[in-house]
Design a protein around this ligand. Structure first.
Ligand code: ADP
Ligand code: ZN
Ligand code: ZN
Length: 723
């Protein structure tokens, strides 16, 4: 009769762990099969949990122990415990989010062969006949321990050779051991790069967070690679987290060429389940020297972790937008802290959160201000004032002219259309007034159908003004519109231009991207047209002109992060111009040429603009000056979502000092996938006040949600990026 009570996490939306019986204790991290309701589920044992006080005779037994793999490591359980607590998410679900799919399933999992092989004494004494070059090469290679992958690289006949050798006793299985580190093709660093490498290298034996602020093309990746070399040389592992869009074959090749003998694992959401499991286990079991991947890679257990790198740390794709809404950059910093190793956050346009941390002295800032390629200089940024221009199909004459000239010189242009779904904010074309809410610091959004301005932060409503409340000018317009038809108009106005449009569809697959690169590099394109996609780190070679259209919508947006995003995007697209010795030029069409954002862009002054934006955030109490949690509710009908939030409001009681609540208000994108979304915003200057209080409200929220209208769903978003 089983008698030991075992606590198990399951992938269910409930806050606690579940108790089962087994005939002996099981280690934490052990995967097991347990009955749950009328199903059988995979569970993970956690002995740090105190079991419920349920009479043992009511508990069900563990059905099976999945022991083909070792128990999941304590470090992973600790990371999940932290993430669940921080993101106010059920711990069982958080744990299963962190696992590769195959480890979530109610099945035992066996690993593919990762054994190593080497010649036995008998095999050593019998070199193959010199005629067989394949056998000779394999025999040579097997003087050192080799795994199957490595042998396959030596010769395609490896499998057959191995099989025969094992049968005859010429080859023996030996314990796995790390291959000798090889480092190929290191570049001589410039002074700034050297200083960055030296600073981090001097701090390898403890937690030390660094911001590597380097302009586009300044050689950040080279800095990473040289630091990685040192960490690998010390026998330790490196975690590199990068945005989805940057996980290109070019980047992986660059790593593989630099470290030809090191096992490099690449993890992302498009892998087959088996591949993902294999890579994850190679990290966990210590065989991979480098794990490089998108946000999910941040959960890969690495027993000998020596360095964490987050590239393009400002990138929005690090934030998971459903389930456990974690931020991979923040979890990466937590991991480095817990493991006692340095973490390097790299970007040309760091997030204000990171800038604020650097300013406060919590992160050390390393700067790369020079482009690594000697001759390339920074592009010249021009502002085209469209208040004094008649636009033809959204294009100002001077912009069209420069496009024409660039075309005549047969040089490549890029037209960047900023069209992120900015909700329309009203602006005065005369004095620059915008529709700011009287009750909070947010901007009110135009709702034409209701003939209203609505604040999506606090929920306030107002009538649409017939003239500017500040100067009386009747010309009050919604911002950020008028770029829709631009792409086809461009083709009509420049009929001889070979235009290539880049959108989400044309970039959804790797093959599509390769085709784009190929056409661009083969000189078959004159003008690239596209949206946000183009702002990321793609190297299209010699771009001589970048024009930016429709960016004003990001200046005065209902989303307080819009300015930060826009500035980062414009810095990044501007960074595409003027590479490889071709002087670049950037032209921005705007009705606010005197706006500090554009002025800073013209001076390439990230620091100045970041300081101004941080000041604004401090005044408004927005992150990083304060902390936010959103309670979102969505339902097929808006009223159902709102009713749930109101029922909660009625029962929340008094808020603790220092905590503010706004709403219910519609989300900025009210309708999404057939559902309508409302939200409450909680803000506090102290994170502990905010999280502690909300954690205490969870039972109430859950209880009210059970009584809410059918189809109503809710979630908490800690440190939300999308409003
Ligand atoms: P970033 O990651 O900052 O955009 P990269 O590391 O990709 O920059 O470097 C940009 C280009 O400059 C690459 O082609 C790289 O090979 C080259 N590069 C980087 N560092 C050096 C260096 N120290 N000497 C010469 N070329 C370099
Ligand atoms: Zn005005
Ligand atoms: Zn408001």
């Amino acid at each position: 009769m089983p008698s030991t009570v075992i606590c198990v996490w399951l992938d269910v939306p409930l806050r606690g762990a579940f108790s089962y019986l087994h005939d002996a204790p099981l280690p934490s991290g052990q995967r097991v099969l347990v009955p749950f309701g009328n199903r059988q589920m995979c569970g993970v044992v956690d002995n740090s949990v105190t079991p419920d006080t349920i009479a043992p005779e009511k508990l069900k037994p563990v059905l099976q122990v999945f022991d083909a793999l070792p128990p999941l490591p304590e470090s992973l359980l600790a990371q999940v415990r932290f993430a669940a607590r921080y993101y106010l998410h059920p711990q069982g679900q958080a744990l299963f989010t962190a696992l590769p799919t195959m480890l979530r399933e109610p099945r035992d999992v066996r690993l593919p062969d990762r054994a190593c092989y080497q010649l036995s004494a008998q095999g050593l004494a019998q070199p193959p006949a010199a005629r067989s070059t394949a056998k000779l090469a394999l025999w040579q290679a097997l003087h050192e321990p080799q795994d199957r992958d490595a042998l396959r690289k030596v010769h395609a006949q490896a499998a057959a050779y191995l099989k025969a050798g094992l049968a005859s006793g010429d080859i023996a299985e030996v314990p796995w051991q790390a291959p000798e580190l090889q480092v190929a093709g290191e570049l001589a660093l410039n002074a700034e790069q050297q200083l960055a490498v030296d600073s981090v290298a001097a701090s390898l034996d403890g937690f030390a967070p660094f911001l590597l602020h380097g302009i586009t093309g300044s050689g950040k990746t080279e800095v990473y690679l040289q630091l990685i070399a040192r960490v690998l040389a010390a026998g330790r592992q490196v975690l590199v987290v990068i945005p989805e869009i940057n996980l290109t074959p070019q980047l992986i090749d660059r790593f593989a060429r630099r470290f030809p003998a090191t096992k490099i694992v690449c993890l992302h959401s498009n892998l087959a389940d088996g591949e993902r499991l294999e890579g994850w286990c190679d990290g966990w079991l210590g065989r991979a020297g480098i794990v490089i991947g998108t946000r999910l890679a941040v959960f890969t257990p690495l027993p000998r972790l020596g360095l964490v790198i987050v590239d393009e740390e400002h990138d929005g794709s690090f934030k998971q937008q459903d389930g456990l809404r974690y931020h991979a950059r923040d979890l990466a910093v937590w991991r480095a802290h817990t493991a006692g190793v340095p973490v390097l956050l790299g970007s040309a346009t760091p997030s204000l959160e990171t800038v604020a941390n650097a300013e406060a002295g919590r992160y050390r800032k390393l700067v790369l201000n020079q482009r690594a390629h000697g001759s390339a200089s920074l592009p010249q940024v021009g502002l085209v004032d469209i208040r004094r221009q008649k636009l033809v199909e959204g294009l100002a004459a001077p912009v069209l002219e420069v496009l024409q000239q660039t075309l005549e010189r047969r040089e490549l242009s890029l037209v960047f259309i900023n069209r992120r779904g900015y909700s329309p904010v009203l602006a005065c074309t005369g004095c620059g007034w915008t529709s700011v809410c009287k009750h909070c610091s947010a901007r009110m959004v135009l709702h034409l159908s209701a003939r209203q301005l609505r604040c999506h932060h606090c929920g306030a409503c107002e009538r649409i003004p017939l003239q500017c409340p500040s100067c009386g000018n009747p010309d009050v317009q919604p911002l950020g519109e008028g770029t829709q038809r631009l792409e086809s108009a461009l083709q009509r106005m420049l009929p001889e231009a070979r235009i290539l449009r880049i959108d989400r569809d044309s970039t959804s697959s790797k093959a599509a991207w390769d085709a784009i690169y190929q056409r661009v590099h083969a000189g078959e394109v004159d003008i690239l047209v596209g949206t946000q996609m183009l702002a990321k780190g793609h190297d299209f070679g010699a771009l001589s002109l970048v024009t930016v259209l429709g960016s004003d919508g990001g200046l005065y947006s209902a989303d307080f992060r819009a300015g930060e995003r826009l500035f980062a995007q414009l810095m990044q697209v501007a960074g595409r111009a003027g590479r490889a010795g071709v002087p670049g030029r950037v032209l921005v069409q705007t009705q606010w040429p005197e706006h500090p954002l554009y002025q800073a862009l013209q001076r390439h002054d990230f620091d100045g603009y970041a300081a101004a934006m941080l000041q604004e955030r401090r005044e408004a109490g927005f992150p990083p000056a304060g902390f936010q949690v959103l309670l979102r509710a969505d339902a097929p009908a808006y009223a159902d979502a709102e009713t749930f939030l109101n029922s909660l409001l009625a029962q929340l009681g008094e808020l603790p000092a220092g905590l503010n609540m706004f709403g219910p208000a519609p989300a900025l994108m009210v309708r999404l996938a057939g559902r309508e979304r409302a939200q409450l915003t909680f803000e506090a200057e102290q994170r502990a006040v905010l999280h502690g209080w909300l954690r205490a409200q969870l039972p109430l929220i859950e209880q009210l949600a059970r009584k809410a209208a059918r189809g109503m769903r809710w979630s908490l978003d800690v440190d939300p990026l999308e409003m």
